[in-house]
Design a protein around this ligand. Structure first.
Ligand SMILES: [Fe+2]
Length: 196
């Protein structure tokens, strides 16, 4: 991220590193990361700068802006822009813990539950369990294998995402509830970008 000394980003990286060093319980670690991410999302300069972040493509594989990868703990910080009326596929992040924070605009976050036992190849039954509107400063913890989708609405949205490890190099689940189809694909393409 090429964080400047004293910037909101550099403070966020420093406090996240402290947390990762101290908290070994994964659920606790990721819950405790939420207020740190909220602090970053509240920074007016970060929001202002994000207006110039490039538009991420949302195809079979989405694009993520890659701001930072931690050399010791492996966590990454991504940016994600969505043009108006963009909806992700229904997907999971495999084993990867994720904290998803809305920086600008309002997104709809859908959560799903799997109903079948997964024994039939390429087959899945899911049902929607929640649909939340998340505005600037709101944070969603996506635990391993949790099934979800996000959508922008009338306006462009921007998110800052913290992941336990860099996505894109391993397979993640994809879900088509209409045709009851399950398949796997590689996660987001990582586009190195300076966040500030
Ligand atoms: Fe996701």
């Amino acid at each position: 991220m090429a964080a400047k000394a004293g910037s909101a980003f550099s403070r966020f990286i420093a406090s996240t590193r402290e947390l990762f060093a101290e908290e070994k319980d994964l659920d606790q670690r990721w819950q405790r990361l939420a207020p740190l991410l909220r602090e970053l999302l509240a920074d007016p300069q970060v929001r202002e700068h994000s207006k110039n972040w490039p538009e991420c493509a949302h195809k079979e594989r989405a694009e993520n802006l890659l701001f930072y990868e931690d050399p010791d703990f492996g966590f990454v910080v991504n940016g994600l822009t969505k043009a108006p009326h963009t909806r992700t596929q229904i997907h999971d992040h495999a084993h990867n813990w994720t904290l998803y924070g809305v920086l600008d605009g309002t997104e709809t976050i859908e959560r799903y539950q799997r109903l079948d036992d997964g024994s039939k190849p390429d087959y899945v039954e899911i049902r929607g369990v929640s649909k939340l509107r998340a505005g600037p400063g709101e944070v969603d913890l996506v635990r391993p294998w949790e099934i979800h989708a996000e959508a922008s609405g009338e306006e462009r949205t921007v998110a800052i995402i913290v992941r336990a490890e860099k996505a894109g190099g391993f397979l993640q689940g994809r879900y088509d509830p209409v045709n009851k189809k399950y398949w796997q694909g590689y996660g987001p393409i990582q586009i190195p970008f300076k966040a500030e």
